[in-house]
Design a protein around this ligand. Structure first.
Ligand code: ACO
Length: 333
């Protein structure tokens, strides 16, 4: 059975840079608080009525296709990970497909929030290894900035953390069994679903959308930050250690760890627990904030383009987010 390799990557973020100081105009917060608690300095936001998630995904995909020297028509399927779809349904995958002009190939949406890219990677890996598809486009794309609670004080809880952007990877089979995706481990624990969620609008309520939902802000994200933090710093290192053990590898074998970018303090704690030094870890949360499913492929593409990630390197990926869902992956680049 072939292994799955990353053929090429790409990313795209909106032009508009939003510094912490600007957020202090919307909420009772400060640059000092945001930097100290999260490490975030800036994030990118789309212009209202500007780029959509699938527009961002399209640009990221074009860059990946350029790097691969491949036309869009060579793609066999699309996996589109997002928590911020443009429409309630259909998912974003078909809009990206339409923009790419590749009618007919399957387009699957993955709704696993910050773990979306790893869940998508696991699906892509299965399809490629079994020969179902040979060229899989895996995209993470998010527009958070349009769904933040600017008009309420509690909006600061998540509002200061989120950014917009998209990252793409083109995956395919390699016959070189010393390279490629070594393994992906996925986890979920729905007991904690309410600790980070959008309570409405959904089909649990009848009627499913009323003025009360809007008045009570049920369409905005809510997060129990400390609880999420506590679980993230425990479960991310555990998920990675388990996979390293399976592969008979250790943390010292890792050339590059790209963890989900929610909070620099979380990633520093993860690195500390695994005994990794700074040179083994890449973070860009300072510049982009948390772009959820787009986070890992954006960081990955930056590492590829800056030669921070080179052929033969052992790449570790780990993510944690709403659900709770989390996971890890190891890739011999
Ligand atoms: N600006 C200023 N003050 C604030 C802000 C803000 N934006 N937010 C909260 N505060 C205040 C609180 O009210 C509190 O005040 P008090 O001490 O008077 O009660 C104080 O700051 C400390 O608040 P905490 O919530 O305890 O701060 P903490 O150090 O935990 O940091 C943070 C908050 C950054 C949200 C952190 O908990 C975190 O990063 N959590 C995890 C986020 C995460 O990993 N999410 C998962 C991925 S997202 C996804 O899946 C969609």
């Amino acid at each position: 059975m072939p292994r799955t390799e990353f053929i090429a990557t790409g990313h795209h973020v909106p032009e508009r840079v939003v510094a912490n100081e600007e957020l202090a105009e919307y909420w009772d917060t400060s640059d000092a608080w945001i930097r100290a608690r999260s490490g975030i300095e800036t994030r990118r936001w789309v212009e209202p009525r500007g780029e959509t998630g699938s527009d961002l995904a399209l640009e990221a995909t074009r860059k990946a296709l350029d790097s691969a020297g491949m036309p869009a028509s060579a793609l066999d399927c699309i996996i589109y990970a997002t928590l911020s779809p443009e429409h309630y349904f259909p998912g974003g995958g078909v809009f990206l497909q339409r923009k790419l002009g590749v009618q007919g190939i399957p387009a699957l949406d993955v709704r696993n929030q910050c773990s979306g890219f790893l869940y998508g990677l696991s699906i892509a890996d299965g399809w490629i290894r079994t020969g179902q598809y040979r060229r899989v486009l895996l995209v993470g794309a998010e527009v958070h900035s349009l769904a933040l609670e600017y008009d309420r004080p509690e909006g600061r809880n998540v509002g200061v953390l989120f950014g917009d952007g998209a990252g793409a990877a083109i995956l395919g089979p390699t016959e070189d069994d010393s390279r490629g995706v070594l393994g992906v481990n996925l986890f979920a624990d729905g007991r904690f679903a309410e600790l980070l969620w959008v309570e409405g609008v959904g089909m649990r309520d009848s009627p499913w959308l009323t003025r009360t939902h809007l008045n009570e802000g049920k369409h905005y994200p809510r997060m129990a930050g400390r609880e999420v933090f506590r679980h993230a710093v425990k479960l991310m290192p555990e998920a990675l250690r388990a996979l390293l053990d399976t592969e008979r590898l250790g943390p010292s074998d890792i050339d590059l760890l790209v963890a989900h970018q929610a909070n620099l303090r979380i990633n520093e704690a993860v690195a500390r627990q695994l005994g990794l030094d700074e040179g083994q870890v890449y973070n860009n949360v300072q510049r982009y904030g948390n772009t959820t499913a787009a986070t890992i492929p954006i960081a990955l593409d930056e590492c590829v383009r800056s030669a921070r990630l080179r052929r033969g390197d052992l790449l570790a990926l780990v993510a944690f987010g709403s659900g709770f869902t989390w996971g890890s992956a190891l890739v011999r680049w």
